[in-house]
Write a protein that binds this ligand. Structure first.
Ligand SMILES: [Zn+2]
Length: 366
Protein backbone atom coordinates (compact mmCIF):
# COMPACT_ATOMS: atom_id res chain seq x y z
CA UNK A 1 0.00 0.00 0.00
CA UNK A 2 1.30 3.45 -0.91
CA UNK A 3 1.96 5.88 1.89
CA UNK A 4 0.73 9.45 1.91
CA UNK A 5 3.04 12.12 0.52
CA UNK A 6 2.83 15.87 0.93
CA UNK A 7 4.23 17.99 -1.94
CA UNK A 8 4.49 21.10 0.27
CA UNK A 9 6.20 21.08 3.64
CA UNK A 10 4.56 24.25 4.92
CA UNK A 11 1.23 26.06 4.80
CA UNK A 12 0.62 29.14 2.70
CA UNK A 13 1.11 32.31 4.77
CA UNK A 14 -2.18 34.05 5.49
CA UNK A 15 -3.28 36.81 3.12
CA UNK A 16 -1.50 35.38 0.06
CA UNK A 17 -2.00 32.32 -2.17
CA UNK A 18 0.10 29.55 -3.71
CA UNK A 19 -0.46 27.84 -7.06
CA UNK A 20 -0.88 24.09 -6.50
CA UNK A 21 -1.97 23.23 -10.07
CA UNK A 22 -2.54 25.34 -13.20
CA UNK A 23 -5.33 27.79 -12.33
CA UNK A 24 -5.72 26.41 -8.79
CA UNK A 25 -4.48 28.43 -5.83
CA UNK A 26 -4.32 27.53 -2.14
CA UNK A 27 -5.24 30.00 0.62
CA UNK A 28 -5.33 29.47 4.40
CA UNK A 29 -7.45 31.26 6.97
CA UNK A 30 -7.22 31.19 10.78
CA UNK A 31 -9.34 29.00 13.05
CA UNK A 32 -9.48 28.66 16.81
CA UNK A 33 -8.74 25.44 18.63
CA UNK A 34 -6.39 22.66 17.73
CA UNK A 35 -7.01 22.89 13.98
CA UNK A 36 -5.43 26.39 13.76
CA UNK A 37 -6.46 26.99 10.14
CA UNK A 38 -8.69 26.01 7.22
CA UNK A 39 -7.53 25.60 3.61
CA UNK A 40 -9.53 27.35 0.91
CA UNK A 41 -8.98 27.23 -2.82
CA UNK A 42 -9.30 29.58 -5.78
CA UNK A 43 -10.20 28.25 -9.24
CA UNK A 44 -9.38 30.55 -12.16
CA UNK A 45 -11.88 31.07 -14.96
CA UNK A 46 -11.30 33.25 -18.02
CA UNK A 47 -13.12 36.24 -16.58
CA UNK A 48 -12.89 35.74 -12.82
CA UNK A 49 -12.35 33.31 -9.95
CA UNK A 50 -14.37 30.76 -8.02
CA UNK A 51 -13.76 30.64 -4.28
CA UNK A 52 -14.02 27.15 -2.76
CA UNK A 53 -15.12 27.56 0.90
CA UNK A 54 -14.86 30.81 2.80
CA UNK A 55 -13.48 30.53 6.34
CA UNK A 56 -15.14 31.70 9.54
CA UNK A 57 -17.54 34.60 9.76
CA UNK A 58 -15.29 37.17 11.44
CA UNK A 59 -13.46 40.38 10.61
CA UNK A 60 -9.98 38.85 10.71
CA UNK A 61 -10.87 36.38 7.94
CA UNK A 62 -12.71 38.99 5.88
CA UNK A 63 -9.70 41.34 6.09
CA UNK A 64 -7.42 38.53 4.92
CA UNK A 65 -9.75 37.81 2.00
CA UNK A 66 -9.55 41.44 1.00
CA UNK A 67 -5.75 41.14 0.96
CA UNK A 68 -6.08 38.07 -1.27
CA UNK A 69 -8.63 39.71 -3.56
CA UNK A 70 -6.42 42.79 -3.93
CA UNK A 71 -3.13 41.05 -4.61
CA UNK A 72 -3.75 37.48 -5.80
CA UNK A 73 -6.53 37.61 -8.41
CA UNK A 74 -4.72 39.50 -11.17
CA UNK A 75 -7.41 42.18 -11.20
CA UNK A 76 -10.22 39.73 -11.96
CA UNK A 77 -13.35 39.52 -9.77
CA UNK A 78 -14.82 36.65 -7.78
CA UNK A 79 -17.55 35.16 -9.99
CA UNK A 80 -18.86 32.45 -7.70
CA UNK A 81 -18.53 30.96 -4.20
CA UNK A 82 -18.64 27.17 -3.97
CA UNK A 83 -19.19 25.77 -0.47
CA UNK A 84 -18.42 22.10 0.07
CA UNK A 85 -20.72 21.88 3.08
CA UNK A 86 -22.59 23.79 5.75
CA UNK A 87 -20.11 23.95 8.63
CA UNK A 88 -19.24 27.46 9.87
CA UNK A 89 -15.57 27.33 8.83
CA UNK A 90 -16.69 26.58 5.28
CA UNK A 91 -19.70 28.86 4.79
CA UNK A 92 -18.98 31.61 7.33
CA UNK A 93 -18.35 34.37 4.79
CA UNK A 94 -20.53 33.06 1.95
CA UNK A 95 -22.96 35.94 2.31
CA UNK A 96 -20.29 38.62 2.68
CA UNK A 97 -18.36 37.53 -0.44
CA UNK A 98 -21.39 36.86 -2.65
CA UNK A 99 -22.89 40.20 -1.60
CA UNK A 100 -19.66 42.04 -2.31
CA UNK A 101 -19.32 40.60 -5.83
CA UNK A 102 -23.04 40.00 -6.48
CA UNK A 103 -22.11 36.48 -7.54
CA UNK A 104 -23.87 33.17 -6.93
CA UNK A 105 -23.36 30.72 -4.10
CA UNK A 106 -23.05 27.10 -5.26
CA UNK A 107 -24.01 24.35 -2.81
CA UNK A 108 -25.88 21.07 -2.72
CA UNK A 109 -29.49 21.41 -1.67
CA UNK A 110 -29.30 19.55 1.65
CA UNK A 111 -26.27 21.60 2.73
CA UNK A 112 -27.83 24.91 1.73
CA UNK A 113 -31.11 24.36 3.52
CA UNK A 114 -29.48 22.90 6.62
CA UNK A 115 -27.19 25.93 6.77
CA UNK A 116 -30.21 28.21 6.49
CA UNK A 117 -32.05 26.33 9.22
CA UNK A 118 -29.10 26.73 11.60
CA UNK A 119 -28.22 30.29 10.61
CA UNK A 120 -28.89 33.34 12.71
CA UNK A 121 -30.84 32.89 15.95
CA UNK A 122 -32.62 29.73 14.78
CA UNK A 123 -29.67 27.47 15.46
CA UNK A 124 -28.32 28.58 18.79
CA UNK A 125 -30.74 26.97 21.26
CA UNK A 126 -31.54 23.59 19.77
CA UNK A 127 -29.50 21.69 22.32
CA UNK A 128 -31.48 23.00 25.28
CA UNK A 129 -34.84 21.87 23.91
CA UNK A 130 -36.48 18.73 25.29
CA UNK A 131 -35.19 16.75 22.33
CA UNK A 132 -31.66 17.61 23.34
CA UNK A 133 -32.33 16.79 26.99
CA UNK A 134 -33.80 13.43 26.07
CA UNK A 135 -30.93 12.69 23.70
CA UNK A 136 -28.22 13.40 26.27
CA UNK A 137 -30.13 11.71 29.11
CA UNK A 138 -30.45 8.56 27.03
CA UNK A 139 -26.69 8.74 26.43
CA UNK A 140 -26.12 8.89 30.20
CA UNK A 141 -25.17 12.57 30.57
CA UNK A 142 -26.11 14.42 33.79
CA UNK A 143 -28.25 17.59 33.73
CA UNK A 144 -25.23 19.74 34.65
CA UNK A 145 -23.72 18.76 31.33
CA UNK A 146 -26.68 20.30 29.52
CA UNK A 147 -26.05 23.56 31.37
CA UNK A 148 -22.41 23.49 30.30
CA UNK A 149 -23.50 22.91 26.72
CA UNK A 150 -25.83 25.91 26.85
CA UNK A 151 -22.95 28.09 28.12
CA UNK A 152 -20.75 26.78 25.34
CA UNK A 153 -23.30 27.64 22.65
CA UNK A 154 -23.64 31.19 23.91
CA UNK A 155 -19.85 31.58 23.84
CA UNK A 156 -19.56 30.14 20.34
CA UNK A 157 -21.72 32.92 18.95
CA UNK A 158 -18.99 35.39 19.93
CA UNK A 159 -16.07 33.50 18.34
CA UNK A 160 -17.50 33.08 14.83
CA UNK A 161 -18.27 29.37 15.22
CA UNK A 162 -22.03 29.76 14.85
CA UNK A 163 -23.81 30.12 11.55
CA UNK A 164 -23.85 33.59 10.13
CA UNK A 165 -26.60 34.78 7.88
CA UNK A 166 -26.89 32.87 4.61
CA UNK A 167 -27.50 34.29 1.13
CA UNK A 168 -31.22 34.11 0.40
CA UNK A 169 -30.65 32.20 -2.84
CA UNK A 170 -28.20 29.71 -4.31
CA UNK A 171 -27.36 27.58 -7.32
CA UNK A 172 -27.78 23.90 -6.71
CA UNK A 173 -24.96 21.39 -7.14
CA UNK A 174 -25.79 17.72 -7.63
CA UNK A 175 -23.61 14.62 -7.70
CA UNK A 176 -22.14 14.26 -11.18
CA UNK A 177 -22.69 17.90 -12.21
CA UNK A 178 -19.91 19.43 -14.27
CA UNK A 179 -18.67 22.98 -13.71
CA UNK A 180 -16.59 24.28 -16.59
CA UNK A 181 -13.92 26.56 -15.14
CA UNK A 182 -11.03 27.92 -17.17
CA UNK A 183 -11.82 25.47 -19.97
CA UNK A 184 -11.56 22.46 -17.65
CA UNK A 185 -14.30 20.22 -16.31
CA UNK A 186 -14.75 20.01 -12.54
CA UNK A 187 -17.10 17.20 -11.55
CA UNK A 188 -19.12 17.33 -8.35
CA UNK A 189 -18.73 14.20 -6.22
CA UNK A 190 -21.07 14.06 -3.23
CA UNK A 191 -20.17 12.28 -0.01
CA UNK A 192 -22.25 11.84 3.13
CA UNK A 193 -21.77 11.26 6.85
CA UNK A 194 -19.75 14.25 8.03
CA UNK A 195 -22.50 16.51 6.73
CA UNK A 196 -25.65 15.67 4.76
CA UNK A 197 -24.59 16.18 1.14
CA UNK A 198 -20.93 17.23 1.05
CA UNK A 199 -19.64 18.31 -2.38
CA UNK A 200 -16.10 17.53 -3.54
CA UNK A 201 -14.78 18.94 -6.83
CA UNK A 202 -12.74 16.68 -9.06
CA UNK A 203 -10.79 17.71 -12.19
CA UNK A 204 -9.68 14.69 -14.19
CA UNK A 205 -7.49 16.78 -16.51
CA UNK A 206 -5.49 18.28 -13.64
CA UNK A 207 -5.73 15.17 -11.42
CA UNK A 208 -6.87 17.39 -8.56
CA UNK A 209 -9.70 17.08 -6.05
CA UNK A 210 -10.92 19.73 -3.61
CA UNK A 211 -12.08 17.34 -0.89
CA UNK A 212 -13.35 19.69 1.85
CA UNK A 213 -13.77 17.68 5.05
CA UNK A 214 -14.82 14.53 3.16
CA UNK A 215 -11.23 13.29 2.80
CA UNK A 216 -8.67 14.62 5.29
CA UNK A 217 -5.16 13.42 6.01
CA UNK A 218 -3.94 13.11 9.63
CA UNK A 219 -7.20 13.85 11.49
CA UNK A 220 -10.53 12.06 11.17
CA UNK A 221 -13.63 14.07 10.27
CA UNK A 222 -16.34 14.15 12.89
CA UNK A 223 -19.21 11.78 12.09
CA UNK A 224 -21.88 12.32 14.70
CA UNK A 225 -25.46 11.64 15.64
CA UNK A 226 -27.16 14.83 16.86
CA UNK A 227 -30.34 15.49 18.84
CA UNK A 228 -31.94 16.88 15.67
CA UNK A 229 -32.06 13.32 14.26
CA UNK A 230 -31.46 11.00 17.22
CA UNK A 231 -31.76 7.73 15.29
CA UNK A 232 -29.63 8.78 12.32
CA UNK A 233 -27.01 6.39 10.94
CA UNK A 234 -24.34 8.75 9.53
CA UNK A 235 -21.45 6.28 9.85
CA UNK A 236 -23.20 3.91 7.43
CA UNK A 237 -23.22 6.52 4.64
CA UNK A 238 -19.75 7.72 5.66
CA UNK A 239 -18.36 4.23 5.11
CA UNK A 240 -20.28 3.88 1.85
CA UNK A 241 -18.86 7.23 0.70
CA UNK A 242 -15.35 5.96 1.44
CA UNK A 243 -16.01 2.96 -0.78
CA UNK A 244 -17.21 5.31 -3.50
CA UNK A 245 -14.19 7.64 -3.24
CA UNK A 246 -11.84 4.64 -3.41
CA UNK A 247 -12.47 4.86 -7.17
CA UNK A 248 -10.57 8.16 -7.25
CA UNK A 249 -7.36 7.71 -9.28
CA UNK A 250 -4.46 7.24 -6.90
CA UNK A 251 -2.33 9.92 -8.58
CA UNK A 252 -4.91 12.60 -7.68
CA UNK A 253 -3.63 15.56 -5.66
CA UNK A 254 -6.09 15.89 -2.78
CA UNK A 255 -6.71 19.46 -1.63
CA UNK A 256 -8.27 19.04 1.83
CA UNK A 257 -9.79 21.70 4.09
CA UNK A 258 -7.39 20.90 6.94
CA UNK A 259 -3.75 19.78 7.12
CA UNK A 260 -1.78 19.88 3.85
CA UNK A 261 -2.47 18.79 0.24
CA UNK A 262 -1.42 15.20 -0.31
CA UNK A 263 -1.12 12.23 -2.65
CA UNK A 264 -2.29 8.79 -1.60
CA UNK A 265 -6.07 9.06 -1.50
CA UNK A 266 -6.71 5.32 -1.54
CA UNK A 267 -4.24 4.61 1.23
CA UNK A 268 -5.87 7.32 3.32
CA UNK A 269 -9.40 6.04 2.70
CA UNK A 270 -8.32 2.52 3.64
CA UNK A 271 -6.77 3.87 6.85
CA UNK A 272 -10.05 5.58 7.70
CA UNK A 273 -12.15 2.50 6.92
CA UNK A 274 -9.83 0.40 9.09
CA UNK A 275 -9.96 3.02 11.86
CA UNK A 276 -13.76 2.92 12.08
CA UNK A 277 -13.95 -0.88 11.75
CA UNK A 278 -11.39 -1.10 14.54
CA UNK A 279 -13.35 1.27 16.80
CA UNK A 280 -16.58 -0.62 16.15
CA UNK A 281 -14.90 -3.85 17.15
CA UNK A 282 -13.61 -2.21 20.34
CA UNK A 283 -17.16 -1.06 21.13
CA UNK A 284 -18.53 -4.55 20.55
CA UNK A 285 -15.91 -5.91 22.92
CA UNK A 286 -16.81 -3.32 25.56
CA UNK A 287 -20.53 -4.06 25.17
CA UNK A 288 -20.22 -7.73 26.12
CA UNK A 289 -21.33 -6.18 29.42
CA UNK A 290 -24.22 -3.74 28.68
CA UNK A 291 -22.99 -0.12 28.42
CA UNK A 292 -24.43 3.36 28.22
CA UNK A 293 -23.03 5.62 25.49
CA UNK A 294 -21.17 7.88 27.94
CA UNK A 295 -19.15 4.98 29.31
CA UNK A 296 -17.92 4.14 25.82
CA UNK A 297 -16.03 7.43 25.39
CA UNK A 298 -12.79 6.02 26.89
CA UNK A 299 -13.03 3.19 24.35
CA UNK A 300 -12.86 5.74 21.53
CA UNK A 301 -10.86 8.63 23.00
CA UNK A 302 -7.95 8.53 25.37
CA UNK A 303 -7.64 12.18 26.37
CA UNK A 304 -9.64 14.24 28.84
CA UNK A 305 -12.48 15.89 26.91
CA UNK A 306 -13.90 19.39 27.43
CA UNK A 307 -17.69 19.91 27.05
CA UNK A 308 -17.49 20.60 23.33
CA UNK A 309 -15.20 17.64 22.66
CA UNK A 310 -17.48 15.51 24.84
CA UNK A 311 -20.42 16.47 22.64
CA UNK A 312 -18.49 15.52 19.48
CA UNK A 313 -17.21 12.31 21.07
CA UNK A 314 -20.65 11.26 22.28
CA UNK A 315 -22.08 11.91 18.82
CA UNK A 316 -19.32 9.77 17.34
CA UNK A 317 -19.80 6.96 19.86
CA UNK A 318 -23.53 6.90 19.09
CA UNK A 319 -22.80 6.91 15.35
CA UNK A 320 -20.63 3.80 15.79
CA UNK A 321 -23.35 2.18 17.94
CA UNK A 322 -26.04 2.88 15.35
CA UNK A 323 -24.05 1.27 12.57
CA UNK A 324 -23.43 -1.73 14.80
CA UNK A 325 -27.17 -1.92 15.50
CA UNK A 326 -27.86 -1.75 11.77
CA UNK A 327 -25.44 -4.66 11.30
CA UNK A 328 -27.21 -6.67 14.03
CA UNK A 329 -24.13 -6.74 16.22
CA UNK A 330 -25.45 -4.56 19.05
CA UNK A 331 -28.88 -4.38 20.65
CA UNK A 332 -30.27 -1.29 22.36
CA UNK A 333 -32.79 -1.24 25.23
CA UNK A 334 -34.33 1.76 27.01
CA UNK A 335 -34.22 1.36 30.77
CA UNK A 336 -36.44 2.84 33.50
CA UNK A 337 -33.71 5.39 34.33
CA UNK A 338 -34.19 6.92 30.86
CA UNK A 339 -30.84 5.62 29.56
CA UNK A 340 -30.14 3.37 26.61
CA UNK A 341 -28.07 0.24 27.31
CA UNK A 342 -26.13 -1.29 24.44
CA UNK A 343 -25.24 -4.97 24.42
CA UNK A 344 -23.24 -7.08 21.96
CA UNK A 345 -25.33 -9.85 20.44
CA UNK A 346 -23.23 -11.22 17.58
CA UNK A 347 -22.01 -14.75 18.34
CA UNK A 348 -19.06 -14.34 15.96
CA UNK A 349 -17.50 -11.64 18.17
CA UNK A 350 -15.30 -14.08 20.05
CA UNK A 351 -13.75 -15.16 16.75
CA UNK A 352 -13.26 -11.59 15.50
CA UNK A 353 -11.62 -10.16 18.61
CA UNK A 354 -8.21 -8.59 18.17
CA UNK A 355 -5.41 -7.57 20.54
CA UNK A 356 -4.77 -3.94 19.44
CA UNK A 357 -7.81 -2.11 20.78
CA UNK A 358 -6.42 1.10 22.22
CA UNK A 359 -8.27 4.41 22.20
CA UNK A 360 -7.39 6.94 19.53
CA UNK A 361 -7.33 10.67 18.99
CA UNK A 362 -9.36 13.50 20.42
CA UNK A 363 -12.31 14.44 18.19
CA UNK A 364 -11.71 17.48 16.04
CA UNK A 365 -14.21 20.21 15.31
CA UNK A 366 -14.38 20.28 11.53
ZN1 LIG B 1 -17.00 20.09 8.30
Amino acid sequence: MHELSYPWSDHVPQGVSREVAPGVRWVTMPMGGSLTHINLYLLEDFDGWYVVDTGLNNKETLDLWHDVFRTELGGKPVKGVICTHMHPDHIGLAKAITDEYRCPLYMTRAEYYQARSFSGSAGSHHHSAWLGQQFYTRAGMPLEYLQKLAEMWSKRSSDGMTMGEMPSGYQRLEDGDILSIGGRDWRIAVGEGHSPEHACLYCHELKVMCSGDQILPVITSNVSVHPTEPDANPLKVWMESHDKFLRTPDDTLILPAHNRPFHGVRARLRQLIDHHDDRMLAIEEACVEPQIARDLLPVLFSRQLDPRQTMMALGEAIAHLHLLMYRNRIERTLHADGQYRFRSIDPSLARRRHPHAGPSEVPEVV
